[in-house]
Design a protein around this ligand. Structure first.
Ligand SMILES: NC(=O)c1ccc[n+]([C@@H]2O[C@H](COP(=O)([O-])OP(=O)(O)OC[C@H]3O[C@@H](n4cnc5c(N)ncnc54)[C@H](O)[C@@H]3O)[C@@H](O)[C@H]2O)c1
Ligand SMILES: [Zn+2]
Length: 713
């Protein structure tokens, strides 16, 4: 291949990776590979400048803007950072800085490089007025509403002097407050009040604990897992519905302050002031007198960074003084006064001793690699995830192979490759089971899915147990006192077949039950026994669970793809179990955010006779089968004597709000189309059969605007 061809090829490839990464939040290759290819292209372009393509990724910020959001122009361009993986390059960088500043003294500030999404927040008179993505560096997406959901981003900033933690300084939910003691006192030279117009930049991220929580939930309802926290954060910020964004508790560390004129003389001052004004500034930064101190910082954080509540992939080194930053200036793509040092992903090599196949609640079989214990990033690793059969094939890994394990942005390490030089004749191919490791039923693979499934939903022991665990969890029926081996015992003794049987348990049945569990790993024994107090607690919790809201009940049923949020939406829309269990595919598709996958799964679930019997048993037990409706306050009587029905979705209100407006204004809601119906309110994605029937019966059809106009009379 000629250099010209290689340049064209790399340009094309890297632009594709950039597009996947920034637009679709997908990493086609790992960052190290991407950075190596980019470095290769940069070198080639330097040697053959004439062959550089007009759309070269070496001179442009990787992202773009999207159609779904309004476009905003950045007051100050949002650039990328030069990066390197080598200490020699850092020394080179330092030499360039030294030369650029003609031998004057300078200092650096080092920060962790947070692995998330760059955000810009603009404040006017202390109020957050705009939040945006980096986009192509000049223009970004206006995601103000999504950024407003981040609890640590202050919506209003007031000048504060001492100790001003403000609400921004509190750690986010699930986040460990690690304070590395960087509360340098505020230099007295500058004003304690923020300027009338300023911009703060930071990294929006999904805390690791939150990432794990979401993935656990997704696994529970059979959703594919989020690949890593950075791509998950990126995907979340791109969502249109900010209430969905709010459910994923994103966080943001800020690292840059911009105003005209400048409010500070150094970067250090800005970090201290932002913290005092209530912004979430990670207290991991440090001022470094020279490049040697920078190297120490790098070494110090190589391991310690894994104690942080978020994924980091390196450190950022910045020249501290603003006037010196100005002097050094910018390239088209990045500042010359800063550089990112990236840690190579931490890897270790060890032997793969075997595979354990785990069966999840939805029957998905996942292979887990059993490893000879090895130390990685300060923890002993004995297991690694292998995801699915495709992944095993892709890696070409065999049992007894020496494999590389890496710890990236997730907590469970993964196998990234095989050390073929160390393969011996002991290596045996991995034979993926064709029958369920737990119950022996032949496994099936649905088209287009990576997982094999055990279809024996009711008889397969781990599936059955997981079904109970799903049912008793806090977000479902909240009978968690039944956890930790108790359910297992009840199933073993034949006391319960399905979770509905919990409601007929008696104290006599439970009292005195006992079982000894052996922990395979530690060899420790644990005795689980039902004493009087335990039995009391359990029976009370079961009784109390009957008051759990209907949305919890619907979620507890364990319908594939129906997570807690989807359950809430279905309940808001349909209001009752009876409405949902008889809902057609078409009706389900009209529910906001409900696609064919969810709708089909719901229909299929309720079509199953055993499931119906299960639901009826729960009904008899007295569980909540009707959604709570907020009491409606009367608004007027403009609709008095008129009857309504609606179909589809609306822009001005949810279906529940529409129903409330009808009731609040004296109207009456009918349950079907008949001659008695005065108006059919037609929204988007209206059910064609309803529209058809209304036409036949000559029922007037109105849009939501006409409906709103009726209220105004
Ligand atoms: N795997 C892939 O397919 C793929 C594709 C495209 C890009 N990438 C990765 O993304 C990188 C390019 O992204 P980039 O242009 O955003 O550059 P970058 O991520 O290397 O550096 C710039 C960004 O760092 C972030 N940052 C984190 N902590 C910071 C701090 N303390 N101070 C300042 N900034 C901080 C900011 O968001 C800033 O925009 C590539 O080098 C590659 O590693 C990967
Ligand atoms: Zn099975």
């Amino acid at each position: 291949m000629t250099p010209q061809e290689r340049i064209a090829e790399l340009t094309h490839l890297l632009n594709f990776y950039n597009n996947q990464y920034y637009q679709n939040s997908v990493s086609e290759v790992d960052d190290f590979t991407f950075d190596q290819l980019l470095a290769e292209l940069t070198d080639l372009e330097k040697q053959y400048p004439a062959f550089r393509q007009p759309d070269s990724p070496t001179v442009r910020v990787g992202g773009t803007i999207s159609k779904e959001f309004a476009t905003v122009y950045h007051r100050f361009p949002m650039l990328s950072l030069g990066n390197t993986y080598s200490e020699e390059d850092l020394v080179e960088f330092d030499k360039r800085v030294q030369k650029g500043l003609s031998g004057h003294e300078y200092e650096y500030v080092c920060e962790l490089k947070f692995d998330g999404v760059a955000l810009s927040m603009t404040y006017e008179n202390g109020v957050l007025v705009q939040g945006a993505t980096r986009g192509d560096g000049v223009r970004g997406d206006d995601i103000t509403n999504n950024i407003r959901t981040i609890r640590t981003v202050p919506l209003r900033v007031e000048g504060q002097r001492a100790g001003g933690a403000g609400r921004g300084a509190e750690p986010a939910a699930g986040q460990v407050a690690i304070d590395f003691g960087n509360d340098t006192p505020l230099p007295s030279a500058f004003t304690p009040l923020p300027p009338a117009l300023f911009e703060v930049r930071g990294e929006g991220f999904l805390p690791l604990a939150e990432f794990e929580r979401i993935n656990k939930e997704r696994e529970d309802i059979g959703e594919t897992l989020l690949a890593n926290p950075r791509n998950a954060a990126s995907g979340t910020f791109k969502q249109q519905d900010s209430s969905a964004v709010a459910k994923r508790r994103l966080d943001c560390y800020v690292y840059s302050f911009l105003s005209d004129p400048e409010a500070f003389q150094t970067h250090e001052e800005s970090l201290i002031a932002m913290k005092q004004w209530g912004f979430n500034v990670s207290q991991t930064w440090q001022k470094c007198a020279d490049i040697r101190a920078v190297m120490e910082y790098i070494n110090e954080w190589e391991m310690k960074r894994f104690e942080l509540p978020l994924a980091t992939d390196g450190i950022v080194i910045k020249v501290n003084r603003y006037d010196q930053q100005r002097e050094l200036g910018y390239t088209a793509k990045s500042p010359r006064w800063a550089i990112a040092f990236k840690y190579k992903a931490l890897a270790a090599s060890t032997v793969l001793n075997g595979i354990r196949y785990q069966v999840g609640r939805t029957g998905a079989v996942t292979p887990v690699a059993l490893l000879t214990p090895v130390l990685l990033a300060g923890t002993v690793v004995k297991r690694a995830s292998l995801h699915n059969a495709n992944e095993i094939e892709r890696l070409g890994v065999m049992v007894n192979d020496t494999v590389f394990v890496e710890k990236g942005g997730e907590i469970i390490p993964k196998i990234t490759g095989v050390d073929l030089n160390r393969r011996t004749d002991q290596s045996r191919p991995i034979v993926y089971p064709t029958t369920c490791p737990a119950c022996g039923t032949p496994l099936v693979r649905k088209e287009g899915e990576a997982h094999f499934y055990c279809p024996n939903e009711r008889g397969c022991p781990p599936q059955r147990q997981a079904r109970f665990e799903h049912f008793i969890q806090r977000r479902a029926m909240n009978i968690e006192s039944l956890g930790e081996g108790k359910i297992e015992m009840l199933i073993d003794r034949g006391l319960v077949q399905t979770p509905a049987d919990l409601y007929s348990l008696t104290g006599e049945q439970l009292l005195g039950l006992e079982k000894i569990f052996l922990d395979e790993e530690t060899g420790k024994k644990r005795i689980v026994s039902f004493r009087e107090k335990t039995v009391d607690n359990i029976l009370t919790a079961i009784e109390r669970s009957k008051a759990q809201p209907f949305a919890n009940v619907l979620f507890a049923l364990g319908i594939r793809y129906v997570g807690a949020t989807t359950a809430e939406k279905l309940v808001d829309y349909f209001g009752s179990m009876d409405a949902i269990l008889s809902a057609s595919l078409e009706a389900l598709l009209a529910v906001p955010d409900t696609g064919p996958r969810i709708a089909e799964s719901v229909v299929a679930w309720f079509a199953d006779e055993e499931n119906r019997a299960f639901v009826e048993q729960l009904r008899v037990a007295g569980l909540q089968f009707v959604g709570e409706r907020k009491a409606v306050e009367a608004e007027g009587d403009t609709l008095a004597g008129k009857t309504f029905l609606y179909t589809g979705t609306f822009t001005n209100f949810t279906r529940e709000e529409l129903e409330n407006r009808i009731a609040a204004n004296g109207g009456k809601l009918l349950s079907g189309i008949s001659k008695k119906l005065n108006y059919l309110i037609v929204g988007e994605n209206a059910g064609p059969s309803k529209v058809e029937k209304a036409k036949k019966l000559n029922v007037p059809m109105i849009g939501e605007d006409e409906f709103l106009a009726m209220l105004e009379v």
